[in-house]
Each structure stands twice: as C-alpha cells, then as structure tokens.
Design a protein around this ligand. Sequence first.
Ligand SMILES: *[C@@H]1O[C@H](CO)[C@@H](O)[C@H](O)[C@H]1NC(C)=O
Length: 312
Amino acid sequence: MWTSIVFLALVAMAVMAVAQPNPGRVTGDISVHDPTMCRDDAGTYFIFATGTGIPIHTSTDRISWTVIGSVWPDGAPTETNQFTGTTNGDLWAPDCTYKDGTFYLYYAASTFGSQNSGIFFATSPSGLPGSWTDHGLVTSTKAGDSYNAIDPNLLLDGSNWILSLGSFWTGIKEMALSPSTGKPSSSSVTSLAQRTANNGAIEASVIWKQGNFYYLFTSWDNCCQGLNSTYNIRVGRSSSAKGPFVDQNGVALTNGGGTLVLGTHGSVVGPGGQDLMSDVDGTILVYHYYTATTSLLGINRLDFSTGWPIVV
Ligand SMILES: *[C@@H]1O[C@H](CO)[C@@H](O)[C@H](O)[C@H]1NC(C)=O
C-alpha cells in the first residue's frame, strides 16, 4: 500500500511539474496585446499595451481593469509617423518602469514584417493620459540591418540602465543607456539570443534580475493570429546582464536555447508578449493569450525557488 501511495504521489508531482496553470482571474477591460505593468506608490496598477496612442488600463486590485485613455490622447509624436507609415499609427509593445515617482516608458513604432522601426522614450509623474513628456527617438533600424528595433525592455540594474530589444533577423540585442537621457550611451550592441527555427521567430525580450541570476525571457514563434497563434514564453539565465544566457539544458540562447515557461495549453492559446513586475506578493508575469480572435490579459505569479521560473 505504501509503495502505491508513494507511486501515486510521484505521479502527481510529475503531472504538477508539467501542468501549466491558467491565467489568474481578471475582469473588466482585459482585451490587451503586449501588456506591460507598473504599480505606483499609491498602489494603483497601470497596464500599457499595443494600440493607437498606447492604451492605459488601471486597477486598484490587479483583478478589475478599466481603460482610462491613452499615453498620447492628442496623437502620437510626429517622429513616430515615419515608422508607422501613417499619422497616429499603432504603437507597439510598450515597456513600463516605475521608480521614485516617475513612470519610464519605452515603446516601438513599426509596421508588420518591416525593419523600418524606431524605439521611443517618454516619462510621466502620474502615468495618466495627457501627462506624458516625449523624449523622442532612442534607436532605430532600417532595411538591411541585422536586427529590428522593436519590443524594448528597460532593466534598471543598480545605477546601470540596460535596454534589450529586437526580433527575428539576428535576434535579441542589448545596449547600455545613459540614465540622464534614457538614450544609448555608446554604439555598442550585444547579442543575447538568436534562433534559426521558424524564420528566427524570437521577440518580446525581458531581462529580469532575481537572486543571483539575470533571466532573459522571450516570446517564440507566431503572434497575432488569433487561435492560430503559436507564441510561447521561453527563458534562459546568466550571472551577467550581458550574458551568455543558457537554458535549463545548458544550451546557449544565442544558439537556439530557451526553456519553455508558458505555451498553449487547454483553451489558452499563444501566450506571449510578456513583461515582469515585482509586487507585494512576489514576481508577476503579465502576458496576452487567445481564447478567440481577441487577445486577453494574463496575470500569474512566478515562483523562482528552484532557480528557474515556474508559473503558478
Ligand atoms: C487560421 O488558419 C486558417 C487556416 O489557414 C485560416 O483560414 C484562418 O483565417 C486563420 N485565422 C486567423 C485568425 O489567422
């Protein structure tokens, strides 16, 4: 009998290890794409996401969300138009950081499949619509470059500001920023992750420092196709923000490595476009996924107690 109980316990643990939890409960305005989350000193949660003018959702409990407007209610900065090919076009994959009473926001302007792309920077004391100061272009790419200047993510690592970015072509890159300008402090670009499978589909990078490691999260495969989306969230880690990052099997992320964090499971299709945030109850993963044609907000806690992130 005891052997069968031990056996059943082992089976249960094995099942638990591979089971992927569903998104935590959220309500209200939960239609988002490429969400990023911040919490201000008053405890209000802000989500910024892909869309015209960068939509802003807020919440007081991280469950119930309301759209309160956009970062650029009077139209996107005109400098973005050369990349979106229109006035007030879609702005992509913002990345929010809140520190000492200031919201820092990086976001991209581009069109699907194009390397004519720019990353832009804005700040705000409140995060509210109309409160944002445009600091202009941070970095850009054009056709023929080796990567694509989209999907920015800022890591504040002590006094160092580090921007990761990129997708497809030769993959995910990193550059150092000047903390006083929020713009590149040199022309040096470091390669962090690259794959050749599925046309090199890797994007949405996040570098996250937890314990003794820096973790590089990315989204693999295809976004933006409703229930045909194959997006999935991958990770590697390093003892340095500059890499080299390796996955749980020791495969370099510059050589196609990446351990699965969250993929399609059950009715949850194509989770990706993720961001991480430190909250009172731990490290939070925020992402989008599909159950139909519209992408929805996913929020889960990440458990790093094994040294590798597990969605809980
Ligand atoms: C999904 O794929 C099918 C088959 O290729 C196609 O007919 C359909 O339009 C696709 N749906 C979306 C949302 O891309």
